[in-house]
Design a protein around this ligand. Structure first.
Ligand SMILES: C[S@@+](CC[C@H](N)C(=O)[O-])C[C@H]1O[C@@H](n2cnc3c(N)ncnc32)[C@H](O)[C@@H]1O
Length: 924
């Protein structure tokens, strides 16, 4: 269960009549305990209570009691030997009227009336095994509001299914946005009288809910009518006190769907929350899930945390503003200049969702501006930062609306915080008509028209804030442009996950500019759009969160030349880190943050975890080296032997046998045994799954054909290859007994699976003899010297592969030409080779000790055997000393060395080439 579901469950529980005997079980169930767990507790098998209550080991001791006995009961629970023995984390006592609980670890307590205990759901979240309790507790209000709005939304759609159709979706979204505004306004004195909106609906609508929609319609109409026009508009007296909000939020149709009794009561419940606690940066991302069928299951639990957003915004520009504030001290002129500068800053998020990056940027800038005003002795001064400087593009309708609302709410909250409620209220209403969040496809829109670099006037005022046609060019800015910062967290989407429209989006931007781009992640398109935009806009920088794949493997060569080619460079970067959120289905992705800007002489900042380094340059692999891109090399650039892919059957499975097929065939025709070999690719090698193949040399084919089963298999292969569209298959149709690509040789072979999990600490490599045919799912070096295994199995090689080879999802995809032929190696002495040979033998020996464990077992990072780990460690030690005379401190240092060597290897190669050309092809 996620936090929203738990909140819903305990709210339901608090609303039911109190049942003393059942409450402890219902409480535990609400926190996600399984039915079987509850059954065992009820049966007494796992209930350790010595007081007649319910005590779940390592969790909670609950006791219900007679009226008025709650405090004593809690004390009894605390003193109970069973509580200590079972290591209970919480104790809880209630009589159905009062409720008391204690967290025995922190000593924190909750004392409240029974009906209010759901307000403290965050306190009990450890019971549900939710580890991010602090994050959730801090956003407890947003979670509750989302949960309640979700119920209302679902209930309304139940009674008004047409409001869920594509035609009415927008109206439904608009209704939710208006309601959220009203709930916020009634709790923050924007509407005179606390709870005014909810109260009015409660009083004026019949209990059977028959006219609830009419009452709400009337209130919306009032908010859309200026005071002087109200009589003519026949606004009833009971709606008179509601202010004119504006012609945007409440204009453009005031139809409201019909409310059932349940929907009415949900509405009153939502209104009953304390909306002053709304956190517009979090709330927007959560609430947007309500309107999305696919996302509703997680209810916004994937929201981006504020610290993660600041990882983008701080280095992009906020740190600089804060530094300038520091430098200004109390110097009035410097402070004034900084204030002017801030007022002109434009922040633009071209995949803004519900505006969280914009809201955080706005709030942080207001904090700096307020500090300036304080230092200048002008604490009440109105903000000069216009909301319209915070631009966004969002594809989906509801988040785009919520983004505007979130910014409006953020502005009000900042005004209250920095200038006081009186001034905030005086200037809040009516809201302006401007529309500065565009609903549309960012990859098809002209960013320059949505966020132009200069201009001061309003070009177009929308009649209706919520009814601007998709893609319509937005308003001009209020003030002359200053700096522009493009930021956000655009959709990542690897090539397999894109729909046709998204493929076309990518093609519309990349075709004609990049020789290949289809394997790029969707997010790369935002970088290219941003690069074009930066090229046209002076004083502009950009930073997005992106999948790490755009800075690894083949994608690097597809994207980064286009960016560097526009005179841009990487201005700062966060090396890959885990981007987790609270969504239960989300395993988290590994992301990078990359800032780009016009080439400046200044230093760049590279973040790795909590570490921050100032460096001269950040290359496209996010290593502090030059802007070098590793290219495929058909032959080794180093002094290592050439590597191939294994043998490729192209046989429709006819040349391959599993164990049963093999045994069956040999039993029927013992002479076939000589044509059968072990067949090993990635899976077979890693998981120890035996497979076999038919391996018939040309001179043996006549003998093989004497066996009817083999003959039939060869015929199948012939047909399949003849009908194939592949040239290689066609060319080999008449040799169906052979693989289409067959580099197999006698002697041993070094095998490197092409795909393997990135969780392993080392690449799962090994040596096989020539009774084994290696498939094309693995790379291979035939007749290797043993020390080569020490190199392929090293941490050095793994970090190189992880950086320069493509990765699919969470896996490595080993490439001989990109990963091995390019692998930078110092020249090895005979002594080095002997040392490495010993290391490789040691690794193989340690594996032997664990026979019959598979490679998957041995290299499971959670329980890799210590002796094997030790052998690898010694191998790393020996190899790394060959590189730099000591162990590397971390992977970044390993990569720095590798890229340095790569650069000199490539430049040597280029020199050789030049000499060769100059000497007409003679060897240099
Ligand atoms: C990963 S979310 C980030 C939103 C927000 N910053 C957050 O952290 O929740 C990406 C957003 O981009 C929007 N989006 C996807 N494709 C888009 C496109 N082609 N143009 C504009 N927005 C798009 C999605 O609807 C989604 O709201």
């Amino acid at each position: 269960m996620n936090a929203v579901e738990i909140e819903q469950a305990i709210t339901d529980l608090a609303e039911q009549p109190f049942d003393a005997a059942n409450f402890p079980y219902a409480f535990l169930e609400a926190f996600g305990n399984k039915v079987t767990t509850i059954k065992r507790l009820r049966a007494g098998a796992s209930n350790k209570s010595d007081l007649g209550g319910v005590l779940q080991t390592s969790n909670i001791h609950i006791l219900t009691c007679d009226a008025g006995q709650v405090t004593q009961t809690l004390a009894t629970l605390k003193a109970s030997p069973a509580t200590a023995k079972a290591k209970a984390k919480f104790i809880l006592a209630t009589d159905g009227a009062d409720f008391e609980a204690e967290d025995l670890t922190s000593g924190e307590t909750v004392v409240c009336s029974f009906e209010d205990f759901p307000d403290h759901f965050g306190f009990f979240l450890p019971l549900a095994g939710i580890s991010t309790v602090r994050q959730i507790s801090e956003n407890a209000f947003d979670i509750r509001a989302t949960s309640r709005l979700n119920r209302l939304y679902v209930e309304l759609l139940k009674d008004n299914p047409e409001w869920g159709t594509a035609d009415r979706r927008h109206d439904m979204n608009k209704l939710m946005a208006r309601l959220i505004f009203c709930f916020f306004a009634e709790d923050t004195d924007i509407f005179v009288g606390k709870g005014r909106f909810t109260e009015t609906v409660a009083q004026m609508s019949a209990k059977d809910s028959s006219n609830t929609h009419e009452v709400i319609t009337t209130l919306f109409r009032a908010m859309n009518t200026k005071r002087e026009d109200r009589a003519a508009a026949k606004i009833p007296r009971w709606a008179e006190n509601f202010p004119y909000v504006n012609g945007a939020l409440f204009s453009g149709g005031d139809e409201v769907p019909r409310f059932s009794k349940i929907a009415r009561s949900y509405l009153l419940h939502v209104g009953g929350l304390d909306w002053t606690k709304i956190n517009p940066d979090i709330f927007g991302s959560m609430i947007q899930a309500v309107a999305e069928d696919e996302e509703r299951g997680e209810l916004g639990m994937h929201y981006t945390s504020v610290p993660n957003i600041l990882k983008v915004l701080n280095p992009l520009f906020l740190d600089d503003l804060r530094e300038k504030l520091e430098e200004a001290g109390d110097n009035a002129r410097m402070l004034l200049n900084l204030r002017k500068r801030i007022a002109k800053i434009r922040v633009f998020d071209p995949a803004c969702g519900s505006g969280n990056f914009l809201v955080i940027a706005y709030k942080e800038m207001r904090a700096i501006e307020s500090e300036i005003n304080q230092r200048r002795g002008e604490p009440d001064r109105a903000s000069e930062i216009p909301l319209t400087n915070f631009r966004g593009i969002e594809l989906r309708d509801f988040p785009a609306e919520i983004a505007r609302l979130a910014l409006v709410i953020a502005e009000y909250q900042c005004d209250v915080l920095y200038r006081g409620q009186k001034l905030a209220l005086a200037e809040f209403l009516p809201l302006s008509n401007e529309n500065w969040i565009t609903c549309g496809n960012a990859l098809r829109l002209d960013w320059l028209s949505i966020c132009p670099p200069s201009g001061t006037h309003v070009k177009m005022q929308a009649d209706d804030l919520f009814d601007v046609p998709v893609g319509q060019t937005e308003i001009e800015f209020e003030n002359e442009g200053g700096e522009t910062y493009v930021c956000g967290n655009p959709p990542y989407l690897g090539s397999r996950w894109r729909n046709k429209e998204q493929q076309d989006d990518l093609a519309s931007l990349f075709s004609g500019r990049a020789p290949s781009f289809k394997d790029l992640d969707y997010v790369a398109a935002w970088y290219l759009k941003a690069a074009d935009y930066l090229h046209a806009v002076p004083d502009c920088c950009c930073a997005f969160v992106a999948t790490k794949s755009i800075c690894q493997g083949e994608q690097v060569a597809m994207l980064w030349p286009l960016i560097f080619g526009q005179g841009l460079e990487i201005s700062f970067a966060h090396r890959p880190f885990h981007w987790s959120n609270l969504a239960t289905a989300n395993a988290g992705v590994t992301v990078v943050i990359v800032g780009i800007a016009s080439i400046r002489s200044s230093k760049k900042t590279l973040f790795e975890g909590d570490e921050k380094r100032v460096v001269d340059n950040i290359g496209p692999y996010l290593i502090p080296v030059g802007n070098i891109i590793v290219q495929k090399a058909p032959r080794p650039l180093n002094s290592l032997p050439r590597m191939d892919y294994g043998n490729k059957p192209t046989d429709g499975g006819n040349l391959i046998l599993d164990r049963t097929e093999k045994d069956f065939l040999i039993a029927a025709h013992p002479e076939v045994a000589r044509f059968i070999r072990a067949y090993v690719g990635s899976t077979e090698f890693i998981n120890g799954v035996p497979r076999f193949c038919l391996w018939v040399e040309d001179e043996e084919v006549e003998d093989a054909r004497l066996v009817p089963e083999l003959c039939e298999r060869f015929e199948n292969v012939r047909t399949l290859r003849a009908e194939s569209k592949g040239q290689q298959a066609n060319a080999n149709a008449d040799r169906p007994h052979r693989f289409v690509f067959a580099p197999h040789r006698s002697g041993s072979a070094l095998i490197i699976p092409r795909v393997s999990s990135e969780r392993r600490l080392y690449l799962p490599v090994g040596i096989v003899d020539d009774t084994t045919v290696i498939s094309d799912r693995a790379a291979v070096i035939y007749r290797p010297e043993t020390w080569l295994l020490a190199i392929v199995a090293s941490r050095m090689h793994l970090v190189w592969i992880a950086t320069v080879c493509v990765r699919m999802r969470m896996d490595f995809s080993y490439s001989n030409t990109l990963g091995w032929h390019t692998f930078p190696m110092p020249t090895l002495t005979e002594k080095n080779k002997a040392d490495l040979t010993r290391c490789a033998e040691d690794i193989l020996l340690m594996r032997e000790h664990h026979f019959p464990a598979t490679i998957a077992d041995l290299y499971n990072p959670e329980n890799m055997p210590n002796d094997l780990r030790g052998a690898h460690d010694r191998n790393d030690e020996v190899l790394e000393r060959i590189y730099i005379g000591r162990r590397f401190r971390n992977d970044t240092e390993r990569l720095e060395k590798l890229f340095d060597l790569y650069m000199s290897m490539v430049s040597k190669g280029t020199k050789k080439l030049i000499v060769r050309k100059a000497t007409g092809g003679a060897k240099a």
